[in-house]
Design a protein around this ligand. Structure first.
Ligand SMILES: NC(=O)c1ccc[n+]([C@@H]2O[C@H](COP(=O)([O-])OP(=O)(O)OC[C@H]3O[C@@H](n4cnc5c(N)ncnc54)[C@H](O)[C@@H]3O)[C@@H](O)[C@H]2O)c1
Length: 301
């Protein structure tokens, strides 16, 4: 998502310094920007204090984001949500810059309220395997609000719901990349549990448009940005088969621990405050992603 954010900021005429330690990211996603004079990349771990020089805006997007990545890098995930968030907030404080935290729908855990409004405090297992991510993001939200309240840092918090599109890693373990990869390889699509659990999927250009609108707003409390159209995993699998034209079958496997059963944003706040709503429906988003996934699957073989 960071590379798409860089694209949007550059298209808006801004100058961008992008810091990433490449723990889960890939330079391939930034290669198209390396000759751009208003873009600079530094390979850096944001958990170490650093001074980028004067900036107007700090976007803290660094964090392993897919379950495969944050389960593999649990300690790094806790560090980037805590020390990393504090370092980025310190930069914003030093330069009186605005700050935006990329938070997540995982703050709601396995929700007891559906759909999830920003006012819902969540249902998170604090000691389960996913807690490294959920609690790191909840800490990062708390730190963001504390810097706002204590130092008047001009902060924003976006709670991002499942986002997909070109540049997703094939092996990130999230359902869209799994299904697209398996469908394009002619392998069975892996469905966990009975496949009736739901997710809502936001195409990346919609997500970035919502984040840019929030970045320009004056709202300090969290705002959900996602697509409220909800699909079961079985419906999702069928759509992927339709869009790819694949004949793959479905293979059912046990549900991972603490896997949320339902996830759907209530986006009334974003609609009212930002006059934003997603424009790309799921089928169209999958079609727009197809060429990228075809290329990624071809070069992985
Ligand atoms: N994609 C989604 O559906 C989704 C949903 C909710 C929240 N988010 C949040 O959005 C942000 C971006 O997610 P993404 O999907 O693009 O994931 P991603 O893994 O593609 O990008 C995260 C980037 O952070 C970098 N990173 C990790 N630790 C770092 C550190 N200590 N210092 C510097 N860089 C570091 C990684 O190398 C990677 O490039 C994350 O904060 C994630 O939690 C994403």
């Amino acid at each position: 998502m960071g590379s798409h954010l860089c694209d949007a900021l550059l298209a808006g005429g801004h100058t961008v310094l992008c810091a990433d330690n490449l723990l889960t990211g890939r330079m391939a996603n930034l290669e198209h920007l390396l000759d751009e004079s208003r873009f600079e990349f530094v390979e850096r771990d944001v958990c170490q204090p650093f001074d980028p020089g004067e900036v107007d805006y700090v976007f803290h997007f660094a964090s392993p984001a897919s379950p495969v990545d944050y389960l593999r890098h649990g300690i790094e995930t806790l560090q980037v949500g805590s020390a990393g968030a504090i370092n980025c907030l310190e930069i914003a404080k030093k330069y009186s810059a605005k700050f935006l935290l990329a938070s997540t729908s995982e703050c709601y855990g396995d929700p007891l309220e559906h759909p999830q409004k920003e006012s819902y405090w969540g249902h998170v297992n604090p000691v389960g395997p996913r807690s490294v991510y959920d609690e790191a993001k909840r800490f990062a939200e708390a730190a963001t609000m504390a810097y706002h309240r204590t130092y008047q840092v001009d902060t924003r918090i976006v709670r991002i719901f499942n986002t997909y599109g070109p540049r997703l890693k094939l092996d990130d373990g999230r359902v869209i990349s799994n299904f697209m990869k398996q469908a394009l390889r002619g392998e069975p699509l892996t469905v966990y549990g009975d496949g009736l659990q739901t997710r809502s999927f936001c195409y990346v250009s919609d997500e970035i448009a919502g984040i840019m609108a929030l970045a320009q707003s004056d709202e300090h409390l969290p705002v959900n940005i996602g697509n409220p159209s909800e699909f079961t995993m079985l419906e999702c699998a069928q759509l992927v088969l339709d869009v790819t034209g694949s004949q793959s079958e479905l293979r059912f496997e046990a549900l991972p621990q603490d896997d949320p059963k339902q996830r759907r944003p209530d986006i009334a706040k974003a609609r009212e405050l930002l006059e934003w709503e997603p424009k790309i429906d799921f089928r169209t988003g999958l079609q727009l992603s197809l060429e990228y996934f075809r290329g990624a699957v071809a070069s992985s073989q």
